[in-house]
Design a protein around this ligand. Structure first.
Ligand code: NAD
Length: 501
């Protein structure tokens, strides 16, 4: 648990950090073989944080080979389930014991407010590790009904060396949603974290060893997507690739699989989630507060961000008025090391420019942007901050309603009846999540049935626990994180048909 409570204390602690940006292969930190490096920059002030290994094909090959060796000699899958469970449980304990350091690394690396990392990300990381640890000895095969003369066993076995490629928006959590079930199922893994925020995952790899994980079972390569990521995705000894990131890169990974060894590809990709507000909702003020959180949490850098607000015409004006007056109270930009900050910078200046271009395009297409921000001064002027924006007078065909902006930008679109709301909600290439706000149970059931999304929330947004399979319909992906079904997706089925006499 954290003992630091003020910005000054966190800043002092941050100044003492010496993060490693090396690869972690076969139980130790190693530099990239060609000694290439790139800078990791703190997006809240533009300062250099660390230099990170810029791995190439040969580094990835080394990591995969070491994982393959660990797979072949069964040093992990050969352990009793309880032994693997103990390692994952100790790993979760170590994450808790190193909370301050991991939280600081995330905050400095990608700009997320420290209180969000402490209150949301890290507890979710330990919950994920413990959930999948607990699942290990609950996995069961089956014996099917056969005629006399045969015994038929259906067995679930791990796959081999799995590659994981993850994004920067929840660096540790997105990685652990992959690592925990991959390892729980008995596989070995090579992780390539996002180049924008690799430092917390790099630390996590060493904690796996401290927890008693055998060397070589979990290897990590840092580097750029088109270099290290591509090499991992093309590697012939990687039997499955588990990816969270953009839809564009997800499509590339499918082609890499076809060009290499037809590896399985699990995709958790982009979103443009609609939230539908019906006029009979319970409490407009409370619903608007959740709508604000649904888009401005993590500065809108959330795959399931509720970026399309479909609001019934009867409540549209009240909704917009409440939204624009409350949002600046709830989301104040500031130093992410300040526990009072609720809105950090975007992950980089490059990403801020991309989001700004999306805003300019929305204005050019005829929508009206309501900007709800205040100027930042002092050292934060160098940061990648962007004021929250709400678009009104918009329609669903505009780019601001179709493209994933991945920043603090929401678009309000009015509708007149349920059919229209459902048609608008489904008019998207994405289908990650959706919500409906109504007090009418029958109405909500219809929305649950008709909304094309992997997750549908009723009278809430973003809620869930480890029993919730998380993933998308359509171009939001083809897989599910969390839940036992994620664990099973890292296994393959063997049929053992035994003739008996
Ligand atoms: P991104 O696709 O740019 O990068 C994701 C990862 O892919 C990074 O590690 C990157 O290095 C790697 N990569 C990039 N090009 C590659 C290539 N040619 N070959 C192999 N790997 C490559 O995404 P991002 O900007 O890091 O993250 C934001 C995206 O992630 C958004 O689209 C968001 O919706 C999505 N996301 C989805 C979920 C989900 O559960 N569906 C969760 C979080 C984020």
């Amino acid at each position: 648990m954290s003992t630091l409570s003020s910005r000054e204390n966190w800043s002092r602690r941050a100044a003492l950090l010496r993060p490693s940006g090396d690869n972690f292969i076969d139980g130790r930190y190693v530099a990239a073989q060609a000694h290439g490096r790139f800078d990791s920059i703190n997006p809240s002030n533009g300062q250099l944080l660390a230099q990170v290994a810029r791995s190439q094909e040969s580094d990835v090959d080394l990591a995969v080979n070491r994982s393959l060796q660990a797979w072949r000699d069964r040093r992990w899958r050969g352990l009793a389930p309880r032994q693997r469970m103990d390692v994952l449980m100790r790993w979760a304990d170590l994450v808790e014991q190193n909370t301050e350091e991991l939280a600081l690394l995330e905050t400095l690396d990608m700009g997320k407010p420290i209180n969000d990392v402490l209150g949301i990300d890290l507890p979710e990381v330990t919950r994920t590790l413990r959930y999948f640890a607990e699942c290990i000895d609950k996995m069961e095969g089956s014996v099917t009904s056969t005629a006399p003369g045969a015994l038929h066993l259906v067995l679930h076995e791990p796959l081999g060396v799995v590659g994981a490629i993850t994004p920067w928006n929840y660096p540790l959590l997105m990685a652990v949603w992959k690592l925990a079930p991959i390892l729980a199922a008995g596989n070995c893994v090579v992780l390539k974290p996002a180049e924008q925020a690799p430092l917390s995952c790099t630390r996590l790899a060493a904690l796996f060893m401290e927890a008693g994980g055998p060397a070589g079972v979990f290897n990590l390569v840092n580097g750029l997507g088109p270099e290290a990521g591509r090499a991992l995705a093309l590697h012939p000894d990687v039997v499955k690739l588990s990816f969270t990131g953009s839809t564009t890169v997800g499509k590339l990974l499918l082609t890499y699989a076809g060009q290499s060894n037809m590896k399985r590809v699990a995709l958790e990709t982009g979103g443009k989630s609609p939230q539908v507000f019906l006029p009979d909702l319970y409490d407009l003020d409370a619903a608007v507060d959740r709508a604000i959180g649904g888009i401005f949490d993590n500065a809108g850098q959330v795959c399931n961000a509720g970026s399309r607000l479909l609001v019934h015409r009867d409540i549209h004006d009240a909704f917009v008025a409440r939204f624009t007056s409350r949002a600046p109270q709830l989301y104040r930009p500031g130093d992410p090391l300040d526990p009072a900050t609720t809105l950090g910078p975007l992950v980089s200046q490059a990403h801020r420019l991309k989001v700004q271009r999306c805003i300019e395009r929305g204005i050019a297409e005829g929508a009206r942007a309501v900007v709800m921000g205040e100027a930042l001064s002092g050292h934060l002027e160098q940061g990648a901050f962007l004021a929250p924006t709400l678009f009104v007078d918009a329609d669903n065909r505009m780019s601001i309603a179709q493209d994933e902006i991945f920043g603090p930008v929401a678009t309000v679109i009015p509708f007149t009846n349920d059919d229209e709301a459902i048609a608008l909600a489904n008019d998207s290439i994405y289908g990650l999540a959706a919500s409906v706000w109504t007090r009418d149970l029958n109405r909500s059931h219809r929305f649950v049935r008709d909304l094309e999304a992997g997750v549908v929330w009723v009278n809430c947004f973003g809620d869930g626990d480890m029993t919730q399979p998380f993933g998308g319909y359509k171009q939001s992906g083809n897989s599910r994180d969390k839940h036992m079904m994620s664990l099973m997706s890292y296994t393959q089925t063997k049929s053992a048909w035994m003739a008996t006499t």
